[in-house]
Design a protein around this ligand. Structure first.
Ligand SMILES: [Zn+2]
Length: 281
């Protein structure tokens, strides 16, 4: 089966964050079981040096359940750090992964679980290139390498390019790799324009909002994700249309940064990389 998670061509740490995704019916976890974990690992395997789709196919369910737990822990930590870096205001997207230091510790633990190192490849007539090598189980090493890549992302200027997509109902992250990019996908941009058009029309006609307006939004202040299903076979949220407007588009709503988590702001430049360990003073 194919993974239900959207794969947007983002760096793998961001793709992993986006294994939590949403449509008009709810929030989904693409890693909710062993089959979902296998599907996601197989989908991203060609983008790693450390595992192949065949490596993942050969994994028994017991190993997949363990790997799924590691991936989920890493994913929740990355979303916590992404919420910090982007000052994410989306209550439906903010995980209950704990405090900032807990997320940092989880990330560092995962990066160090399976040692891996760089190797140079250079044959006559070809360009030299960098590859990763590791000992131990291939998928476990790949997960540690994703954590290592995340440490680089968050400890360098790249984190300032990270964005929370404010498309209606969207819970995804993306790297703003172009000055005019505002959304995770063209689909979210289309929905945002439709929502703005709807708001203008509603103000002009003073019509009440449709009944479905608040159907899938969590109450204000709720910070945990409650995935409802794996979402197998559902279309990528970017392919859907006609979703209710996001609260951010509603002038009655005042989105606020969740304060229940009590996270401290991360000053620009405060995070640094020390021998592959992210340190936040
Ligand atoms: Zn989006």
């Amino acid at each position: 089966m194919d993974t239900s998670a959207p794969l947007l061509g983002e760096p793998l740490p961001v793709e992993l964050m986006n294994t939590v995704w949403a449509d008009r019916d709810g929030v989904y976890d693409a890693l909710i079981d062993a089959a979902g974990t296998r599907a996601w690992l197989q989908a991203v395997a060609p983008r790693t040096d450390l595992m192949t789709p065949d490596d993942v196919a050969a994994l028994p369910s017991s190993a997949l359940e363990q790997l799924g737990g590691r991936l989920t822990d890493l994913r929740d930590a990355l979303r916590r750090l992404a919420a910090e870096a982007t000052e994410d205001t989306r209550t439906a997207a903010t995980t209950g992964a704990g405090d900032l230091q807990g997320a940092v510790a989880q990330l560092n633990r995962t990066a160090g679980d399976t040692p891996h190192w760089s190797a140079l490849s250079w044959t006559s007539g070809r360009q030299p290139s960098r590859h990763l090598r590791a000992e131990g189980e291939a998928a476990a090493a790949a997960i540690s390498a994703i954590a290592d890549e995340a440490i680089t992302l968050f400890s360098q200027d790249t984190r300032h390019q990270l964005r929370a997509c404010l498309g209606p109902g969207c819970v995804l992250y993306f790297l703003k790799n172009h000055p005019r990019r505002e959304w995770c996908s063209a689909g979210c941009g289309n929905r945002a324009r439709s929502a703005r058009h709807y708001q203008r029309h509603r103000r002009a006609t003073a019509e009440p909002p449709p009944d479905e307006y608040t159907a899938h939004h969590q109450p204000p202040g709720q910070t945990s994700i409650t995935p409802t299903t794996q979402g197998t076979g559902r279309p990528h949220p970017a392919s859907e249309h006609g979703r209710p407007p996001h609260p951010a588009d509603d002038p009655r709503s005042t989105p606020s940064r969740p304060t229940a988590l009590g996270w401290a702001p991360l000053p620009p430049g405060a995070a640094r990389r020390e021998r592959s360990v992210l340190v936040v003073p």
